[in-house]
Write a protein that binds this ligand. Structure first.
Ligand code: HT7
Ligand code: ZN
Length: 887
């Protein structure tokens, strides 16, 4: 397969002004009549028209109503000798029932859905399937009325009626031009929750959430999230809803989370359906943020879209930033905002940092790809959001809002680039550090890899100065051996020995800053001196995680304990605990003489954790985060050579130690937080449920060690009595994680209770596949789960719940000395590749970091990847991933 290069971008040779599509929907053979008004792009040298197609049956091609000569070049339909303006009519058929790739037009539970981003529209009809070709769409859907009573597409319903033989039709007109990737249709037996709202600007809208009949009672939260999203975007950025009707439709077969088709968002059921009996607090929070994310795309993605797919982060990074801000702004308490920020950083560091250090590392704006679906990554999304966040830090919140206004004014209705976005934010803030250093700032778009920011502090007691010296570097990544310095905003404060914030007077600055200030680094090495510093301070650097870098500062344990006890910046307070726990883990992992049951955490750290757990004013969600140990993946990332079993054993030892040493505190935390009253999925009570769940898990682990049966018994009772899924699932998890014999009956009961709730059964599978390994028992269990009557590898959610949970979320069970986990992984990648290459390629990434593994894991992992790569007929999706891994 050939790699597409960003540098090769050329504008299209033809434009499509209007598209009139008529579908005769039939699962076995859907007929698609596509009539386009097209014209030559006068700015491009004359050339044949090349239309993209994929797995289509072509029946007819007419140019201006006449049969036309055409030829096929690979999958492209090529027509020569076209006039400057013409009408092109193409008639094709396709088979949605056999579409297991879930791209283009497919059937799920007797309902038709589409997925066109990035290149799915070409599986529906021949087209200029690229985001810079924007057209007006008129869509007519025809189908059997009894089987498909609801017929939906983008925009407004302008006509509907009956047809002979029990069929009916609906005609939709989208008032906005759009690229093909935003096209959508849905047809099936669906019901809708409806809400009419009046926006701040007075315009009325109809909001609809479509689901299968039995699920209507689980749509209230999605609808509320949508209403909040509409109001928030108007209030925060002045961006109103531009449609009379905005629809969300849920499907249980979907490759990703959701899709922002104009006016007709299609969602994975996982991000729509919630009731207190079936969804956890995390599910509720995810629904809020994904509904927000897709809605915010209506401007950042739909009104202003990407010129080409290399610019994907233009819409995805910006929209993740917007959904993160949305979720934070919905938090009533400032502490809940901080918790959300910590959670977002945790995702970045455990998923994006490894990506940036591995074979799939790529810049936020990549330079080349073989299969664009492989680039819907945490780098494009989460790191892209951090780049936008740094822009906001550099221009201020109001300045950023001004920049957004300018961006949408300048580019409404256009397909643009990441440069255009950064330019608009800078132009709206000409006196900002961003505007001053824009070309350098944009290295965040062009250079891959996570920068290392090394800092040292020097206190001069005589001169009463404190000097911070910074040096930045960035490791090489595939295709980029040398990196230039980045612009790095570093928010910081200084603490005195008693925890007080020290005043900040930067040498050379006219005014003292408050308790926190932001330095803007731009050179490889820079020093900053603070004057009037009366004591050796503890520096709190990179507050709020002000840049996506690895901060290397040689904190003493005492300094970290001081930050954990006193920092007013919640992020760095949490970070101090993470550093302490990480330091202990790394020391134990590196100690070859360590006895298997030797303690890992020292008394001072346990005492500090005890303080946090007992703290009278800290909120529960924050406590839960501080008490959460760094994940095995995060610990492994800090090592040059990883023995996954050793990492697993050390982390388990830490967990057991925290569970037993803080037994009394866990009991208290459980008693204090177990009753949260009538269920409300908001951050404060969710935090209390999370802490109660963590306490229960620790109490069950401690009970395992002591032989106590009281807490496991109480946990089983809690599992049975719970009035919401969060409490029930936390209790079940506590029994499973502790490996208690009562887990088996709880799991059986859970399955029986929820056998008809697919999303809950996904949890049931996922929990077992991610359970801690005891003597290699998880792989046989996972194999057994794939033979369970409820398992289907064709359903992406179910495949993820078993296969991904095992391969990606259970390193202690996956990395086996006998390599059986890797062999099983390679079999599943190969099996999935024939069904759904996108899902297969995601799974193929589970061994991205193979070259860091210690022997014998390293050789065995390489062999398993090579086995996949050698498979004849592999999709380009999977081939790109495994080839990069082996390169
Ligand atoms: N923009 C959406 C991307 C998406 C997608 C991409 C490839 C294959 C299937 C897909 N489904 C949705 C999702 C989003 O970021 O909002
Ligand atoms: Zn998105």
């Amino acid at each position: 397969p050939v790699a597409i290069q960003r540098e090769d971008y050329a504008p299209p040779a033809y434009w499509i002004d209007t598209v009139d599509l008529c579908f005769d929907l039939d699962p076995a053979k859907t007929r698609v009549l596509n009539r386009m008004k097209m014209r030559r792009n006068p700015e491009v040298a004359a050339q044949p028209l090349r239309l993209d197609g994929d797995e289509l049956n072509l029946a007819r091609v007419l140019v201006n109503g006449q049969g036309a000569a055409f030829r096929m070049e690979g999958s492209q339909l090529v027509i020569d000798g076209l006039p400057d303006d013409f009408e092109l009519e193409i008639f094709t058929t396709c088979c949605p029932a056999k579409n297991t790739k879930l791209m283009g037009l497919f059937v799920s539970q007797n309902t038709f859905f589409t997925q066109c981003e990035a290149e799915g529209f070409r599986r529906i009809t021949y087209f200029l399937d690229r985001p810079d070709v924007m057209a007006s769409y008129i869509v007519t859907l025809r189908a059997d009325k009894a089987a498909y009573p609801v017929l939906l597409s983008n925009g407004n319903l302008v006509e509907e009626g009956e047809l002979p033989e029990g069929r009916h039709f609906a005609k939709w007109v989208d008032p906005f031009k759009k690229p093909a990737y935003l096209f959508a249709l849905v047809a099936g037996k669906l019901v809708a929750r409806e809400q009419r709202i009046k926006a701040r600007n007075g315009r009325e809208h109809l909001l609809q959430v479509y689901v299968r009949a039995g699920d209507l009672d689980k749509t209230e939260h999605a609808m509320n999230s949508l209403i909040h999203s509409v109001l928030w975007d108007e209030a925060r950025f002045g961006l109103p809803l531009d449609l009379d009707r905005f629809m969300i439709v849920a499907t249980s077969d979907f490759n990703m989370g959701a899709m922002e088709n104009k006016g007709l968002n299609i969602f994975n059921t996982k991000y729509v359906l919630a009731s207190q009996a079936t969804a956890t607090d995390a599910d509720y929070a995810n629904i809020e943020s994904v509904v927000g994310h897709e809605y915010f795309h209506n401007w950042s993605g739909d009104r202003v879209t990407c010129r080409d797919w290399f610019q994907l982060s233009l819409k995805e990074g910006l929209t993740v930033f917007r959904d993160q801000e949305f979720s934070m702004d919905l938090c009533a308490e400032p502490s809940a905002r901080a918790v959300k920020r910590i959670e977002d950083v945790r995702v970045l560091r455990t998923a994006q940092f490894p990506e940036d250090a591995g074979p799939m590392a790529h810049p936020v704006r990549p330079d080349s790809y073989i299969e664009i679906s492989n680039f819907y990554t945490v780098t494009i999304y989460e790191k892209g959001a951090e780049v936008v966040r740094m822009m906001q830090t550099l221009v201020g919140r109001e300045g950023f809002a001004r920049g957004m206004t300018l961006y949408f004014e300048r580019h409404d209705g256009q397909a643009v680039t990441c440069d255009d976005f950064a330019q608009a934010i800078a132009d709206a803030n000409p006196d900002s550090e961003l505007a001053r250093r824009l070309p350098q700032f944009k290295r965040w778009y062009s250079q891959a890899g996570t920068p290392r920011l090394a800092a040292t502090g020097h206190y001069d007691a005589e001169a009463r100065t404190y000097t911070l010296a910074f040096s930045q570097s960035c490791p090489p990544t595939p295709g980029q051996s040398v990196k230039e310095p980045f612009v790095i905003p570093v928010a910081l404060g200084l603490l005195g020995a008693d925890g007080r914030a020290l005043p900040l007077q930067l040498e050379g600055a006219a005014q003292p800053a408050g308790e926190s200030l932001t330095l803007v680094l731009h050179e490889a090495e820079q020093r900053f001196t603070f004057t009037g510093v009366d004591e050796a301070p503890v520096p709190s650097i990179l507050r709020g995680f002000s840049a996506p870098v690895v901060l290397q500062f040689d904190y003493t344990r005492e300094q970290l304990l001081a930050l954990l006890a006193h920092d007013t910046d919640p992020f760095n307070r949490w970070e101090a605990a993470q550093r302490l726990a990480l330091g202990a883990a790394l020391a134990a992992i590196g100690d070859d003489t360590r006895a298997p049951d030797a303690p890992v955490l020292d008394e001072a750290l346990i005492a500090a954790m005890r303080e946090v757990l007992r703290h009278p004013t800290l909120d529960a969600a924050f406590k839960e985060l501080v008490l959460s140990l760094p994940s095995e993946v995060y610990i492994a990332e800090q090592l040059d050579v990883v023995d996954p079993q050793r990492v697993h054993r050390v982390r388990e030892a830490m967990r057991t130690q925290l569970a037993t040493a803080l037994f009394a505190e866990w009991q208290q935390a459980y008693e204090d937080n177990k009753d949260t009253g009538a269920y409300r999925p908001e951050p404060v009570s969710a935090g209390r449920r999370a802490l109660a769940g963590m306490a229960l898990a620790n109490l069950c682990i401690a009970a395992r060690e002591s032989g106590d049966t009281v807490w496991p018994g109480k946990t089983l009772q809690r599992f049975k009595d719970a009035s919401n899924m969060t409490d029930r699932f936390n209790a079940l998890t506590a029994l499973v994680v502790a490996g208690h014999p009562l887990a088996a009956q709880a799991l059986a009961r859970f399955h029986a209770m929820f056998k008809d709730e697919a999303l809950v059964i996904d949890k049931w599978f996922g929990l077992q596949a991610s359970a801690p390994d005891r003597d290699g028992d998880v792989l046989p269990l996972v194999k057994q789960l794939t033979r369970h009557a409820d398992f289907s590898i064709k359903n992406p959610n179910r495949a993820r719940s078993v296969i991904f949970s095992y391969c990606n979320a259970n390193p202690g069970a996956f990395h086996r000395l006998d390599a059986a986990g890797y062999v099983w992984w390679s079999d599943r990648v190969i099996e999935l590749d024939e069904i759904n290459p996108q899902v297969a390629a995601r799974l193929a990434r589970a061994l991205d970091r193979w070259s860091k593994l210690a022997e014998p894991y390293r050789s065995a992992a390489r062999e398993a990847i090579a086995r996949v790569a050698a498979r004849p007929g592999l999709s380009k999706d999977t081939l790109e991933v495994v080839s990069r891994a082996l390169a």
